[in-house]
Design a binder for this molecule. Structure first.
Ligand SMILES: C[S@@+](CC[C@H](N)C(=O)[O-])C[C@H]1O[C@@H](n2cnc3c(N)ncnc32)[C@H](O)[C@@H]1O
Length: 442
C-alpha cells in the first residue's frame, strides 16, 4: 500500500483536552506536577485511538516529564523520549519504574538517610544548593544526594565523558524525584504566582534553614507516597485479566535541533514543543538542577542558552529563513517594527533563535518519521505585546516545508500563563490562549 493511501485509511484520533488539570494529577503525576505537560489520559487516549501495529515506535522529541513515554509503555508500545533538560530525563525515567519495585523504595530511602546522618559531606564553596539553603541544610541535602549517587548510580551510567543520566535506573531516578520534591517544598518562599519561576535569592536574603529531621521527614514522606502510588497501579493491573507488558523505552538526553534518529525509524510522534512565550525551561527547574549539580557536565546557564525558547541572545547572527513560512515572516516583520523598547533588538533576536531551532528540530523529526506515519503536536499561540504569534499556524507551515501535511486540527481555549503578567494589560488583545492539537501525516 502506498504511503498516501495508508494515511487516508488511518483512524481519526480521539483528542481530549491537552490542558493540565489538577484533578488529573493523580499518583505519579502529582509528584512532579510539570506545568508544561499534558495529562496522561490525553496521551493514552490518543495513542490508543491511533490503532498502531505491534512493534510500532513512538517518539516524543520534547518529552518533558515523560507523559508520552509513560503512556506508550503502559500500552505495551516501544517509545523514545528526548529532552535537553537533565531534570526531565530523571523525572521521565522515574515514571517508568515498574510497580513491582514499589516495596523496595522505603527500605532503600531509610538506608540512604541513615548514611546521610552518619557521614555529612564537606561542602564545596561553589555548591549550588548554597544559593537557597544555609550551609548545614545544604550539607544534609547533599549528603542524601551523594548517598543516592554512590549506592544507586551504577557503572552503566559512567563513561569517560561523565555520567550518562539517560542510563540511570528507575529506582535511583525515583529517589532523586523524592529529593527534588522535598527541596521544592523547602524553597516555597522563593516561588511567585508564576509557576515557572523560582527566584534566586539575593546576597542579602536569608537562606532557608531546615533541620536535618525536617529534610529527612519531607524526603521519607515523598518516598512513602510514591511507593504507595506505584503499588496502587500494580493492584489496578492485577484486576485486568491480561495487562499489556510494559513497552521498551529509551530516554535520551539530547538536543532536538541536532538529534540523530535513523530515517523512517519512527511510526508515530506525540509531543508538545517548547512554547514561544519566553518561558525559561531551565529557570523552572533551578532547584532540581542544583540538586543534580555533581552529575551535570554543563552549567545551568549554558543549558538555558541551548534550549528552544531561550531568553538569552544567540551568539551567532541568525537571518529570517523563507522556509519558516509566510505567517512567521509576517510576525517577525511586525515584531521588528514594534515601537516598544528592545522589540527590534533583543526580542527580535531571541525569536529568530526560537524559529531557527524549531525548524531544524521539525526537519529532524520528519526525517525520522516513516512515510504514512503521523505526528501529533500540541501547540499554544501567544501575544507579543499586541501582535498575535500564531504558533500553530507557523508550525503547520514549517511542517509542510519539511514534508508533513496537516490532516486534523482541534482547538482548546485556555487561560494563558501570560495573563499572570501584569504588563499585558496595557495592550489590546484577547485574554487566554488557544492550545491547538495538530495532526500531521508524512
Ligand atoms: C512543553 S514541554 C513538554 C512537556 C511534556 N509534553 C510533558 O508532558 O511533560 C517542552 C520540553 O522541551 C524541552 N526542550 C527545550 N529545548 C529543547 C531542545 N533543544 N531539545 C530537546 N528538548 C528541549 C524542555 O526541557 C521541555 O521539557
Amino acid at each position: 500500500m502506498k504511503a498516501r493511501e495508508a494515511a487516508q485509511m488511518a483512524p481519526r484520533f480521539r483528542i481530549l483536552s491537552p490542558k493540565r488539570n489538577k484533578l488529573l494529577q493523580t499518583g505519579w503525576e502529582g509528584f512532579f506536577p510539570y506545568y508544561a505537560g499534558f495529562p496522561e489520559v490525553f496521551a493514552r487516549e490518543l495513542l490508543q485511538s491511533a490503532e498502531l501495529p505491534n512493534g510500532a515506535v513512538i517518539l516524543d522529541p520534547w518529552n518533558g516529564s515523560g507523559t508520552t513515554t509513560y503512556a506508550a509503555s503502559g500500552l505495551g508500545l516501544s517509545s523514545i523520549g528526548i529532552d535537553l533538560n537533565p531534570v526531565m530525563i530523571i523525572v521521565a525515567r522515574a515514571r517508568l519504574l515498574p510497580p513491582t519495585e514499589a516495596d523496595h523504595l522505603r527500605p532503600l530511602a531509610a538506608t540512604i538517610l541513615s548514611h546521610a546522618y552518619s557521614t555529612p559531606p564537606i561542602l564545596d564553596p561553589n555548591e549550588a544548593l548554597l544559593g537557597w539553603f544555609k550551609p548545614s541544610t545544604a550539607a544534609f541535602i547533599r549528603g542524601i544526594e551523594q548517598n543516592i549517587r554512590r549506592s544507586l548510580v551504577g557503572n552503566m551510567t559512567k563513561s569517560p565523558d561523565g555520567i550518562h543520566l539517560d542510563k540511570i535506573s528507575g529506582t535511583a531516578a525515583t529517589l532523586y524525584v523524592a529529593l527534588f520534591a522535598a527541596c521544592r517544598k523547602l524553597v516555597a518562599p522563593f516561588r511567585s504566582s508564576n509557576p515557572t519561576w523560582l527566584r534566586v535569592p539575593k546576597e542579602t536574603d536569608a537562606r532557608v534553614a531546615a533541620t536535618k529531621a525536617k529534610v529527612a521527614q519531607y524526603f521519607a514522606a515523598n518516598v512513602r507516597d510514591m511507593s504507595g502510588a506505584l503499588a496502587a497501579t500494580l493492584d489496578a493491573d492485577l484486576r485486568i485479566a491480561n495487562p499489556p507488558r510494559a513497552g521498551e523505552c529509551e530516554i535520551s538526553l539530547s538536543d532536538t535541533a541536532s538529534m540523530k534518529l535513523r530515517k523512517g525509524s519512527v511510526d508515530f510522534v506525540l509531543t508538545s514543543p517548547p512554547y514561544c512565550t519566553r518561558i525559561d525551561y531551565t529557570a523552572a527547574t533551578r532547584i532540581e538542577l542544583a540538586v543534580l549539580g555533581p552529575l551535570l557536565t554543563i552549567s545551568a546557564r549554558a543549558l538555558g542558552k541551548q534550549m528552544i525558547g531561550s531568553t538569552q541572545v544567540p551568539s551567532t547572527l541568525i537571518e529570517v529563513d523563507e522556509s519558516w513560512g509566510k505567517t512567521c515572516a509576517r510576525f517577525l516583520r511586525a515584531l521588528r517594527k514594534h515601537p516598544s523598547k528592545a522589540s527590534g533588538g533583543y526580542y527580535y533576536r531571541t525569536h529568530l533563535d526560537y524559529f531557527h531551532k524549531m525548524s531544524r528540530s521539525i526537519e529532524r523529526m520528519s526525517h525520522a518519521l516513516k512515510p504514512g506515519g503521523h505526528a501529533v503536536l500540541v501547540i499554544q499561540d501567544s501575544y507579543y505585546k499586541d501582535i498575535h504569534n500564531d504558533l500553530p499556524e507557523i508550525i503547520s507551515e514549517i511542517g509542510v516545508t519539511h514534508g508533513l501535511s496537516l490532516k486534523q486540527r482541534k482547538n482548546f481555549h485556555l487561560r494563558s500563563m501570560s495573563d499572570i503578567n501584569p504588563g499585558r494589560r496595557s495592550y489590546e488583545r484577547p485574554s487566554g490562549a488557544t492550545e491547538a492539537v495538530l495532526c500531521f501525516v508524512k
